[in-house]
Structure formats: structure tokens, C-alpha cells
Ligand binder design. Structure first.
Ligand SMILES: [Zn+2]
Length: 375
């Protein structure tokens, strides 16, 4: 059973990021692990984070949805969690996948405030509404609950599809810069995030001064943050993966680009492709990069890359890039590696298009998580 639990935690780990460009919601982990009525199980279990991730994926109808997790430091010594769960959380923190600090509740709201991401919580935050009026806007506060056979996430204020995240003015200011933490080896604000995808989290603001959330040290400005675009890969109408292309990190998209599998700088489409598409699409097919302020596509394939100008399906708007040809991508342009295998800016498609996104809980032992019966 331990083996199955660790497989679930590995699956959850792939859905964690403190990069505001990739995350789709902010959660206070201490709250989530104690949502006992989600499954009627133990007072606290880390597996509930998986239920929440799955519920958010279903709400967004997307595969591989990522969350920004804030961990109250007290959770690291919480005896209601298993020692293995506490160890896993510590490792996630050391790897910069989650944020650990005292006072996670406040920080959760601050991250949502600065980045424009929704908060996922069952607290109504009545005491915060005056200071943070956005909590009353549609889609900004999402409440986990449970429906027949599954955990759910519903907006506290209904209002159609989730609006795109917009940082506040102060958020834009702090997110426009890179920051350095004086603490050696800081996972969030260290000198290099090499080997890990994604950009820096927003700093914590103490009396308006940016500080490291974990080390509580004043952060040093380290120049402008590299320009970045959030893109999505869609296969047969389903959003499979969001990813970031930045001026210091181009991304190679293909069937199985060289070197790494799903690491930074590489987007591997292979597992999502049917036989015909697998044969057509090159291992490394198209390179996306940012030059100046522009997003640019460069074909590196055998069979060429189609650009559908303005997202149009008309034959006259279909442009073929052959090897080493470069095209500056307009806001609505869609890249097509093969019919139905597409890459575009994240705002291009209003829905992720998948009714049943794959679950991070697939390997969960049923005796640990018992969802309400679906009768
Ligand atoms: Zn630090």
C-alpha cells in the first residue's frame, strides 16, 4: 500500500508549481489536508490535495492542471500526517515546488492578490472582503466540496467560465523583476532555477518591501524578469499541457525532443499522439522562442509546420514553414504540427475540451480515500 501512496504523491508532485504563469489556483495546504468530509477518512491526509487537483482539472476541462501550494510551517510537524507525508512536503519545499512559511493563510491571499489567480478554499473570508474586494468577483474564490462519487470545485460567486488571471498593478511591478534571496541555496529566489521549469514566485511584501517568504530576508533586485508567453499544446481538441516560453528559455516541441523528457525547454507530445501523427511529427519539430518582445516559431522538422494565421481554418490563411523557416506569431496564430496537434497562446481556446481529465489519484488505495457513493 505504501508503494501505491507514493505513486499518487509522485503524480501530485508533477502538478505543483510556484510559477504564477503556470499555476491555475492557490491553495493553503493545511486547509486542504483537513477537508475530512471530502472523503470521510483520516483527520489529515496529503492525498486530499490530489482530490482538489483532480476537481480543478475537471472544472477547467484540462489535462495536467497545476496548482500553487502554500504550506504553513506548522504542518511539517503535524502528527495527524504520516511521517512519510511530512517528509514529502519537506522535499517539495526544498525543491521549490511549494512554499513553506509561518502564516500560510495570509500568504495564500497575498499570492492570489498579486498574481490574479483564484484562491481555492472553503473559508468565506468575510473578514477580508474590505481589504481584498476581488474575493467577491466571479471566479476568484473557488470552493472544494463533494458531489456524487467525486470532489468538486465551484466558484463562491457564480459567473461563467474562469476569467483569465490578471495581476494587480503592484503585482505587475514585483513580477516584472527578478529577485535574489541572500540565503544560499534558496529554492525560490536563488541565483539559478536551472533544471526546473518556470519562473519565480511573487515575493512576499512586508510593509511594501519584497522579502523571501521562506527565509524572511529582504530580496535584492536582480534585473528585469525575462519576457515570457504562456502557451498550450492541444491534441484532438484537448488541452494537454500549458508551458512557458521565455527569452532565456526557448522550448522545443516534438514527438520526443532530444535529451530530457518533459523537462524545461522540451515539450514531448509522443504519449498523446495516434499512430499517423506519431509517424508525421518529427522528434524535434518546431522551436518556440522569444526574440525581443516577439514570439517566434522556427521549423526544425522533416515534414514542415503549418501556421494557421489568426487561428483561421481557411485554406488561404494556411502558411507552411519548412525547415529553418521562421515566423513571428500573431496573438491568435495557431501552430499545427499535424491535423489536430496544435500549439497556441493560452488564451486561444476558451475550454480545455476534455470531459474526464486523467486523475492524479489513479493509483490511490481505495481504503484510504473513500469518496461518497454515486447513487
Ligand atoms: Zn529565500
Amino acid at each position: 500500500m505504501r508503494f501505491e501512496v507514493s505513486k499518487v504523491l509522485d503524480a501530485i508532485e508533477k502538478r505543483l508549481s510556484t510559477d504564477p504563469a503556470l499555476a491555475r489556483g492557490v491553495v493553503d495546504l493545511a486547509e486542504v489536508v483537513r477537508y475530512a468530509d471530502l472523503d470521510g477518512g483520516r483527520p489529515a491526509t496529503l492525498l486530499r490535495l490530489g482530490l482538489v487537483v483532480d476537481a480543478l482539472s475537471r472544472r477547467l476541462a484540462e489535462e495536467n492542471v497545476v496548482v500553487y501550494v502554500v504550506v504553513d510551517r506548522a504542518l511539517l510537524s503535524d502528527a495527524d500526517l504520516t511521517s512519510n507525508e511530512r517528509m514529502v512536503i519537506r522535499r517539495w519545499a526544498d525543491d521549490g515546488l511549494v512554499e513553506v512559511l509561518p502564516g500560510a493563510g495570509d500568504r495564500t491571499l497575498e499570492v492570489a492578490d498579486l498574481t490574479g489567480l483564484p484562491v481555492i478554499s472553503r473559508r468565506p473570508y468575510d473578514d477580508q472582503r474590505e481589504r481584498r474586494p476581488w474575493l467577491g468577483e466571479p471566479g476568484r474564490l473557488l470552493c472544494p466540496g463533494y458531489g456524487p462519487g467525486n470532489a468538486t470545485i465551484e466558484p463562491a460567486v457564480p459567473g461563467g467560465p474562469q476569467p483569465p488571471s490578471r495581476a494587480t498593478v503592484r503585482g505587475q511591478e514585483v513580477l516584472a523583476r527578478l529577485w535574489r534571496c541572500p540565503e544560499p541555496g534558496c529554492a525560490a529566489f536563488g541565483p539559478s532555477r536551472a533544471g526546473r521549469p518556470g519562473g519565480q514566485p511573487p515575493p512576499r511584501l512586508r510593509d511594501g518591501v519584497p522579502v523571501c517568504p521562506r527565509h524572511d530576508e529582504k530580496l535584492l533586485a536582480a534585473g528585469p524578469r525575462p519576457a515570457a508567453e504562456v502557451l498550450v499544446a492541444r491534441v484532438d481538441g484537448t488541452v494537454r499541457q500549458r508551458f512557458v516560453v521565455s527569452s532565456d528559455q526557448p522550448v522545443v516541441v516534438g514527438r520526443a525532443p532530444d535529451g530530457l523528457d518533459q523537462g524545461p525547454g522540451v515539450l514531448m507530445l509522443g504519449p498523446w499522439l495516434a499512430e499517423e501523427a506519431r509517424r508525421w511529427i518529427s522528434r524535434s519539430h518546431v522551436v518556440l522562442e522569444i526574440l525581443g518582445d516577439d514570439l517566434v516559431a522556427r521549423d526544425v522538422s522533416t515534414n514542415g509546420t503549418v501556421v494557421r494565421v489568426g487561428g483561421s481554418r481557411a485554406e488561404s490563411d494556411r502558411l507552411m514553414l519548412t525547415r529553418d523557416q521562421v515566423r513571428l506569431l500573431g496573438d491568435d496564430d495557431v501552430i499545427e504540427l499535424y491535423p489536430g496537434v496544435q500549439v497556441a497562446r493560452a488564451g486561444q481556446w476558451s475550454s480545455g475540451g476534455v470531459a474526464n481529465p486523467s486523475s492524479v489519484m489513479a493509483d490511490a488505495p481505495t481504503m484510504m480515500i473513500q469518496l461518497p457513493a454515486s447513487d
